[in-house]
Design a protein around this ligand. Structure first.
Ligand code: NAD
Length: 359
């Protein structure tokens, strides 16, 4: 049966990079038996311009009906002065919350061909392949009560609440263990159980869920140590699982180990494996329309979509190998350019990946 994929190009470089990813999907459809139907809709600033909302109802309806969503990026200076509820980023948050996409999967992979792009020494990062799994719909970002109150002495006090229910911890832990089964079978759970009760419970529940996965080796690490270890010896990690706030920080830190923001995909999944897939970078207004944006993070997001929502590991690997081949050929967009390589634009990289799919 054919699967519905909703394409949300978004703003800035979004339409340029998504066009290349759509070429890849079309090639898989035409030449490799992938059964999909593509639909397109607006989100972010483009949706605000057309409909007065960053997440119009029709986009949300299509998103609910889709099996998976591929998103470019949203945002740009043009919309920065809007009321916060109308800003492009609200479109993204609305999709994540409305579709209950609670599991954020962020691989940090450093391709050997790009080892010099990292600010860390090549021997520390070459061959890096970590999967950070961040809980996305709970924690201090959503906990109540929250706000700024006036104390008896007249000064103001800001407050937020870190909360995690057992069921929320259990479902993200299961995602981590299931993911580890498809990788090197190690999970490191990150918390601050020595100080915060909410994360003491986190550790207890993750340990309990871990008993269902005897094939996976579970370890625990305090978040401060995890941050240190990520830059000291990142290759010790396979899957890291953590809450929303710690994951926010650690996943960006891990991304930067690779030094190339244009290369990293991500997924946000619901309990059924339906997901929204997007590059980790933003809409890059500084290079929008110039034809130089790196589309590989978006193309690699297609690989994640194939793996996690369409359960098509064969085609997921085909896409990832095609990207590797293009890097082997020495083709580089300016953001990952190094001496001795050939500098090319967005379309040429996309065309090269499409050609490499059939090798
Ligand atoms: P950004 O990720 O858009 O850009 C940061 C730097 O990386 C820029 O120099 C940009 O040119 C470069 N870059 C990013 N993606 C690239 C690519 N594919 N190829 C080559 N270079 C690339 O971050 P920013 O500048 O802080 O934000 C710009 C806008 O994007 C803002 O409106 C922000 O709110 C939005 N944003 C959106 C998302 C999202 O849609 N998920 C994420 C982050 C930021």
């Amino acid at each position: 049966m054919s699967k519905k994929i909703l394409i949300l190009a978004g703003d800035g470089i979004g339409p340029e990079i998504v066009a290349e990813a759509v070429k890849v999907l079309a090639a898989l459809q035409q030449r490799h038996g992938l059964k999909i139907e593509l639909e397109h809709a607006l989100v972010g600033g483009a949706a605000y311009d057309a409909f007065g909302s960053p997440l119009p109802q029709q986009t949300m309806q299509l998103a609910r009906a889709a099996d998976a969503i591929l998103l470019g990026a949203v945002g740009g200076t043009k919309w920065e002065s809007l009321d916060i509820a109308l800003r492009p980023e609200k479109g993204l948050l609305g999709l994540r919350a409305g579709l209950q996409l609670f599991a954020n999967l962020r691989p940090a992979i450093l391709y050997p061909q790009l080892a010099s792009a990292s600010t860390l020494r090549p021997e520390v990062v070459a061959g890096l392949d970590i999967m950070i799994i961040r809980e996305l719909t709970g924690d201090i970002y959503f906990g109540q009560p929250r706000g700024v109150r006036r104390l008896d002495n007249g000064e103001r006090q800001g407050f937020n609440t870190m909360v995690y229910a057992e069921s929320e911890i259990e479902r993200i832990a299961r995602v981590a263990f299931e993911t580890a089964l498809k990788r090197n079978r190690r999970v490191c759970s990150v918390d601050k159980a020595n100080v915060l009760e909410a994360t003491e419970l986190w550790r207890e529940v993750v340990t309990r869920v871990g008993k269902d996965y005897p094939q996976v080796q579970l370890s625990h690490m305090y978040v401060d140590n995890a941050a240190m270890q990520l830059v000291r010896a990142p290759k010790q990690f396979d899957v890291m699982v953590t809450g929303n706030m710690f994951g926010d920080i650690l996943s960006d830190c891990a991304a930067m180990l690779t030094g190339s923001i244009g290369m990293l995909p991500s997924a946000a999944l619901d309990v059924h494996g339906k997901g929204m897939y997007e590059p980790i970078h933003g809409s890059a207004p500084d290079i929008a329309g110039k034809g130089v944006a790196n589309p590989l993070a978006t193309i690699l997001s297609v690989a994640m979509l194939l793996r996690y929502s369409l359960h098509n590991e064969v085609l997921a690997l085909r896409v990832e190998q095609a990207v590797q081949r293009v890097l082997d050929q020495g083709l580089r967009t300016p953001d990952i350019y190094a001496e001795g390589c050939r500098k090319v634009g967005t379309r040429e990289i996309g065309d090269a990946v499409v050609a490499a799919l059939s090798v």
